[in-house]
Design a protein around this ligand. Structure first.
Ligand SMILES: [Zn+2]
Length: 104
C-alpha cells in the first residue's frame, strides 16, 4: 500500500499533510521527527531513500495502531484519515454512516 514515487505529487502532498499534523500534535519523536522536520523545511524530495523508508515505516505503524473499529481501515484512503481514527476510534466514513443511522 505504501509506495513512493517522486513524480507522484498527490502522494507527496499526502505525506506532507500527515507530517505537518503529526509534528504539530507531537506524536512523532526521535529519528523520525528529525526526518519529518527536514521534509517540512526542505521538501520531501530532499529526503534520501533511507529517510523515506523511516517515514513510511512510521506511517505504517501509525496506521496499524489506529485502526478503524468498523471497517478495519477499508475506508481509510489517506494518511490524514488515520489521525481522524486516532481521535475518534473510527474513520470519517464510518462515523458519518453511524451518525446517519442514529438520525434515522
Ligand atoms: Zn471505518
Amino acid at each position: 500500500m505504501l509506495r513512493y514515487d517522486k513524480s507522484d505529487d498527490s502522494y507527496s502532498q499526502e505525506v506532507m499533510d500527515f507530517l505537518v499534523e503529526i509534528v504539530d500534535r507531537e506524536e512523532i519523536s526521535g529519528n523520525p521527527l528529525g526526518i519529518a522536520k527536514q521534509a517540512l523545511d526542505r521538501g520531501i524530495a530532499s529526503l534520501s531513500t533511507k529517510q523515506l523508508n523511516v517515514i513510511q515505516r512510521f506511517i505504517e505503524s501509525y496506521q496499524n495502531r489506529n485502526e478503524c473499529d468498523v471497517c478495519l481501515n477499508d475506508n481509510v484512503n489517506s494518511f490524514i484519515d488515520s489521525i481522524y481514527v486516532a481521535d475518534f476510534g473510527t474513520c470519517a466514513v464510518c462515523e458519518e454512516a453511524r451518525n446517519k443511522f442514529m438520525a434515522d
